[in-house]
Write a protein that binds this ligand. Structure first.
Ligand code: ATP
Ligand code: MG
Length: 173
């Protein structure tokens, strides 16, 4: 049995790891769709799809999740919500279960006849992409909210410098 989780993962954080592990308690394989794959280099969507693939792969490896139990698939946005499910199907291995906290994603898959589950949120006040990005820009402790391997990827790609530059703040380096 295979399940689908879609998220922008800007960046990958401990909440994503938690939900992926929970999904893998219910299904043998999880398809992780990296949403808004075409977006990068903005304050809301700073990282490229390739960078997000790297974050996820390394974080799952760090957490001992075997590579045979997941597929990571970048999914670009399309303009027409009514055909988005078909767009996702075109890009992914077959699946029956969908896990999402996003009402639009839930609605589109329910109408297409899929079984949709809303997974519980883990420590949502801090484990959210919005909070991680806020801390990155404010110079607060964002490192505690992401797996170590994600921290290393963000260092490698000089992600904080990118965010600061995009926000037109002076970069001290
Ligand atoms: P942003 O604040 O940028 O929207 P986000 O933290 O909501 O980021 P997404 O990539 O939008 O991250 O999330 C995708 C999916 O990951 C959500 O629909 C939800 O199912 C799951 N998720 C996100 N945060 C958590 C969390 N803290 N605990 C469990 N699941 C989570
Ligand atoms: Mg979100």
């Amino acid at each position: 049995m295979r399940g689908l989780l879609v998220g922008r993962m800007q960046p990958v954080h401990e909440g994503h790891l938690d939900v992926i592990k929970r999904i893998l308690n219910e299904v043998e394989e999880v398809i992780i769709g990296i949403g808004s794959a075409q977006l990068s280099h903005t304050l809301k969507d700073p990282f490229t799809a390739g960078e997000r693939v790297m974050m996820l792969t390394k974080a799952l490896t760090e957490n001992g999740v075997p590579a045979s139990s997941y597929y990571i698939i970048p999914i670009e946005d399309i303009i027409c919500n009514s055909v988005w499910v078909a767009h996702v199907k075109m890009l992914t291995p077959p699946f029956k279960h969908v896990y999402s906290g996003n009402p639009l994603v839930q609605r589109l898959f329910v109408e297409a006849g899929y079984q949709v589950t809303e997974p519980p949120l883990f420590n949502r006040e801090i484990y959210s992409g919005t909070e991680v990005r806020r801390r990155m820009l404010q110079g607060e402790d964002w490192e505690a909210l992401v797996p170590d391997s994600v921290l290393e990827v963000i260092e490698e790609i000089e992600g904080i410098s990118r965010l600061n530059h995009l926000s037109k703040k002076e970069v001290k380096e």
